[in-house]
Design a protein around this ligand. Structure first.
Ligand SMILES: Nc1ncnc2c1ncn2[C@@H]1O[C@H](COP(=O)(O)OP(=O)(O)O)[C@@H](O)[C@H]1O
Ligand SMILES: [Mg+2]
Length: 234
């Protein structure tokens, strides 16, 4: 059963067509990778799903009660807050009660490997720690759909492995995840299904089960197809 359906999404920024008739669906419990070069329209697509960017065309179909967690491409937190305070701030934005907020904050900082740094001001966090804090923040409120925009961007090899490990942990918990990346090998490690976007359009789609020994890269070359199925009926 689909948790989200994007139908013929279009986004114009002035004369720039950032997204150009993009359609895809997301199944409950799957990890969907959005893969494409910089400027392909991945972030814009996510912003349209979240309602942060107005649609120039098409529609996003999602139950209005679906809880979504979001880790942005360039996370920014008030530098004078500690990691713990950032989590408190975001739990207040979500109107979580104090007990739930405390429980979740402790667990999520632990999960993100930040328990030891919870009392440290985020201005002293490394890029990897900020990405992991953004990840922890995205999980507050136990969202059904988690959207991670370039969670490995700017990270060194160790940081990337750690972040992909966290995504893997969520996947094993059966969470539905959309992960954006321009790095093929990162997407290949975690995604059940990958949508390849170029110039705001769907350039291909790869299902992990269909890979049968070949790489996503090889499949990308072979795969040129659509995923526009359900949109015509809705
Ligand atoms: N706020 C904006 N104003 C104008 N153009 C934008 C804006 N955001 C993105 N774009 C343009 O839209 C296109 C897609 O960008 P983006 O969605 O950020 O791509 P990606 O996330 O795949 O790197 C690019 O050409 C980018 O320059
Ligand atoms: Mg982007």
């Amino acid at each position: 059963m689909k948790i989200l359906e994007c139908c013929e999404l279009v986004k114009m920024y002035g004369k720039t067509k950032a997204v150009d008739g993009l359609s895809f669906g997301v199944e409950r419990g799957e990890v969907l990778g959005l893969l494409g070069p910089n400027g392909a329209g991945k972030t814009t697509t996510i912003k349209m799903i979240l309602g942060l960017a107005a649609l120039s065309g098409g529609k996003v179909i999602i139950d209005r009660n679906t809880k979504i967690g979001y880790s942005p491409e360039t996370p920014y937190f008030h530098p004078f807050l500690t990691g713990y305070e950032v989590m408190r701030f975001h739990s207040k934005l979500q109107k979580l009660d104090r007990r739930t907020a405390d429980q979740q904050t402790g667990k999520l900082l632990e999960l993100a490997g930040l328990a030891g740094a919870a009392g440290k001001k985020v201005r002293n966090y490394s890029k990897g720690m900020l990405q992991r804090l953004a990840f922890a923040q995205a999980l507050l409120g136990d969202p059904e759909l988690i959207i991670l925009d370039e969670p490995t961007s700017g990270l060194d090899a160790v940081g990337r492995i750690e972040m992909l490990g966290l995504v893997g942990k969520l996947k094993r918990k059966g969470k539905t995840i959309i992960i954006n990346s321009h790095i093929l090998s990162d997407i290949e490690k975690v995604a059940d299904r990958t949508i390849i976007i170029t110039n705001g359009r769907l350039a291909g789609m790869a299902d992990k089960n269909d890979l049968a020994g070949s790489s996503l890269e090889e499949l990308f070359v072979k795969t040129v197809g659509g995923d526009a199925h359900a949109c015509a009926d809705t």
